[in-house]
Design a protein around this ligand. Structure first.
Ligand code: BLA
Length: 239
C-alpha cells in the first residue's frame, strides 16, 4: 500500500542531498519468528538534519506500516517531522498521522512554524479527525494541525498520497526558510526538547506490543531504545 509513499520520500530526501547511512543488519532487516513478516529500516544523512529514520513493516494483509521521523539540527528550533501510516488490509482500516511535531506549544512558536501545515489541513478535511486519537496526548508534541485520520480504503487510496507529497514539500521548504533566520530557542534547549521527545515517544509507543509479537521481546526492546528513540533519558545516564 505504501510503496509509492516510500518511493516519494526517498526521492525527496535524495533531492535534498541526503545520502544513506549504514544501519546494522540486526535493525535494518528483521524477519518475524514465523517468517511471514518483515521490518526494514533506513537512516539518512540529510543536510540540515541530525537524524532522519525510515521504517517499513510488511505483515501482509494484516498490516502495512510506513513510519518516519526527521530531527532537524540543534541550531534550528523547527518542529520534528513525524509520519506514521498504518494500513490494516483485512480490516479495511487506515490510521494515518502526519505532523510537524512542535517543540513548544506557545502561540509565537506555532505562528512561526505552522502556516504551511495549517493551510494543508484546510485542503484535506477528510484527513483530520483527531478527536479519535486516544493513546497520545494531543497537546504534547502534536500540533493543533496534525493530519490524523482513522478511516478506510477511500482515504487510503484517495487523498492520502496527495497530502503526503504536499506535507513533505512544505516541511522541507520550512527547513530552508527557518535555517535562514536565527532560532528563538537555544541549541542546548533544542537538544533537551529532542531528548524529551524520544523519551515521551518511547514511553507511549503503541507499536511495542505489536513488535514483540512479531519479532520477540528482546529485539523490540533494543529496536525501540537503540534505533527508534536513541536519545531517551536512560541513554543519557552513565552506566
Ligand atoms: C498509532 N502506531 C499506532 C499504532 C501502531 C503504530 C500499531 C496503533 C494503531 C491502532 O490504533 O490500531 C505502529 N509506530 C508503529 C510502528 C512503528 C511506530 C509499526 O513507530 C514503527 C517504527 N507514531 C509515530 C510517529 C507519530 C506517531 C512519528 O511513530 C507521529 C506522527 C503517531 N501513531 C501515532 C498516533 C497513533 C499511532 C497519534 C494513534 C494513537 C491513537 O489511536 O490514538
Amino acid at each position: 500500500m505504501f510503496d509509492p509513499f516510500l518511493e516519494y520520500l526517498n526521492k525527496s530526501i535524495q533531492a535534498k542531498g541526503g545520502t544513506s547511512l549504514f544501519v546494522p543488519k540486526y535493525f535494518s532487516n528483521c524477519l518475524s519468528k514465523k517468517g511471514n513478516s518483515q521490518i526494514q529500516s533506513w537512516l539518512w544523512d540529510v543536510p540540515g538534519f541530525r537524524r532522519w529514520r525510515v521504517t517499513r513493516l510488511d505483515a501482509g494483509n494484516k498490516l502495512q506500516v510506513l513510519n518516519s521521523v526527521a530531527y532537524p539540527q540543534y541550531n534550528n528550533d523547527m518542529p520534528i517531522m513525524g509520519i506514521d501510516l498504518l494500513w490494516f488490509e483485512s480490516q479495511g482500516k487506515l490510521v494515518s498521522v502526519l505532523d510537524f511535531q512542535p517543540l513548544k506549544q506557545d502561540k509565537i512558536y506555532l505562528e512561526r512554524h505552522f502556516l504551511g501545515l495549517r493551510k494543508l489541513r484546510e485542503s484535506f478535511p477528510e484527513l483530520a479527525n483527531q478527536e479519535h486519537m486516544n493513546s497520545f496526548d494531543p497537546n504534547q508534541y502534536f500540533s493543533p494541525w496534525v493530519l490524523f485520520c482513522k478511516g478506510g480504503i477511500e482515504e487510503a487510496q484517495g487523498p492520502l498520497l496527495l497530502a503526503f507529497k504536499d506535507f513533505l514539500k512544505i516541511y522541507l521548504a520550512l527547513q530552508l526558510s527557518s535555517s535562514e533566520s536565527p532560532s528563538d530557542i537555544e541549541p542546548e534547549e533544542v537538544k533537551l526538547l529532542h531528548d524529551s521527545y524520544d523519551n515521551y515517544s518511547l514511553e507511549r509507543d503503541p507499536a511495542h506490543g505489536l513488535f514483540s509479537a512479531y519479532f520477540g521481546q528482546e529485539w523490540s526492546d533494543r529496536f525501540a531504545r537503540e534505533f527508534l528513540f536513541p536519545s531517551h533519558a536512560s541513554s543519557n545516564t552513565l552506566d
